[in-house]
Design a binder for this molecule. Sequence first.
Ligand SMILES: [Zn+2]
Ligand SMILES: [Zn+2]
Length: 166
Amino acid sequence: MKWDYEKLTQILKNKGHRLTNIRLAILKLLLKKQHLNINGIIRELKKENDEHKNINVMSVYNTLDLFLQEELIYLNVFNGRDIVFELSNPVLVHLVCETCHKVIHFSEDMHLSDEDFQDNLKKLEEKLQNADFKPVYYKLEAHGICISCQEKEGAHKVLLGRKRFK
Ligand SMILES: [Zn+2]
Ligand SMILES: [Zn+2]
């Protein structure tokens, strides 16, 4: 499932929520940038739009609460510290770089349609249901080293190697 502005606003409308400026601004922001914490969201809103310069922080909290309640967004914590927000996605693998702490989305379109992945998920779901647990959504994370850190590390090793030769 891929969110777009139309789908998101339609859901809010269908549920009888008013499309206030702050709600629309936060939706647009989350479509563009994921994994922002509350301060990041406020900072970006101020940066993007003059009318949000004197933003009411409470209304940002309330908007995020509403979106959470309607399951448009969910929370994540990748660095063990900051709560970050992003548009909800029932199956999405997050790749977390342990070196630079970058968080990457593992190609959503590919694995959502991937049959093996879906089969395995169904099997897991059966097992969970046998254990009297009804899964609603999954949070999958792979921790490792991103490509740019791998390259840097490679360069670092080359440098060390050269030093040794001298
Ligand atoms: Zn990295
Ligand atoms: Zn994410």
